[in-house]
Ligand binder design. Structure first.
Ligand SMILES: C[S@@+](CC[C@H](N)C(=O)[O-])C[C@H]1O[C@@H](n2cnc3c(N)ncnc32)[C@H](O)[C@@H]1O
Length: 210
């Protein structure tokens, strides 16, 4: 239940340390205040973009150790987009996407706030349309995107079009194992980077062999 006096527009700014960088991240102070029944009725939209999730944090920490200068990086379901900000600190050319326009708008502001270049786009995995024409990316990032079964097939299809290497962080959700099985069926080779803050899951690296 959302308290009647919750202010959906209220935000806070917190400091996030990624490697040798300190970033300022603005985010909604009370994500539950963003719950909107009319948007849920339309496609079961929930404002998950507005929270800091353990998978996004863990993937950002990992990405902040990678040599990405000049590499093209795409993030799917970016939410607050810490992995995209981390990739930008490493010199990558970053495109961050989410189906929630509020997410990409706030991420663009956070990139500016930190002097980082991050391009953003509103993309629904189920209707990627013209977005596919942007071609392939050196690295695709995705954190906690397998929390509903309906996400699995669209993400598998999109990865086949978009990337040769993908890092997917997950807290151990059961649909992630379904997604990983489907990637293996599609010819991806998998290994997992342990992430201490994701004890039941990890960061799954998928590379396309054929
Ligand atoms: C659990 S949140 C994770 C957010 C962020 N990656 C993180 O780990 O902090 C899932 C994200 O996927 C986005 N999402 C859900 N369904 C989507 C869809 N069909 N197309 C694109 N993004 C979607 C949500 O808006 C949300 O930002």
């Amino acid at each position: 239940v959302t308290p009647a006096d919750a202010d959906p527009a209220s935000t806070l700014v917190e400091e996030v340390v990624l490697g040798d960088r300190r970033l300022l991240l603005e985010r909604p102070a009370d994500p539950e205040a963003l719950l909107d029944e009319s948007r849920f009725d339309c496609d079961e939209f929930l404002p998950y973009w507005a929270e800091r999730w353990p998978s996004g944090d863990a993937l950002a920490v990992h990405v902040s150790t990678l040599p990405l200068a000049g590499r093209s990086v795409l993030e799917l379901g970016c939410g607050l987009g810490l992995p995209s900000l981390a990739a930008a600190t490493r010199g990558a050319r970053v495109l961050a996407t989410d189906w929630a326009p509020e997410a990409t708008t706030l991420l663009a502001e956070n990139a500016r706030r930190n002097g980082l270049a991050v391009e953003t786009a509103v993309v629904d995995w189920r209707e990627p349309g013209a977005f596919i024409a942007r071609g392939r990316f050196d690295l695709v990032l995705a954190a906690d995107i397998a929390y509903e079964e309906r996400n699995v097939e669209p993400v598998v299809a999109l990865l086949a079009e978009l990337g040769a290497e993908t890092l997917i962080a997950d807290p151990g959700r059961r649909h992630m194992y379904q997604l990983l099985d489907r990637l293996v069926d599609d010819g991806w080779q998998l290994d997992t980077v342990a992430a201490p803050t994701l004890p039941a899951g990890g960061i799954h690296r998928a590379r396309r062999l054929r």
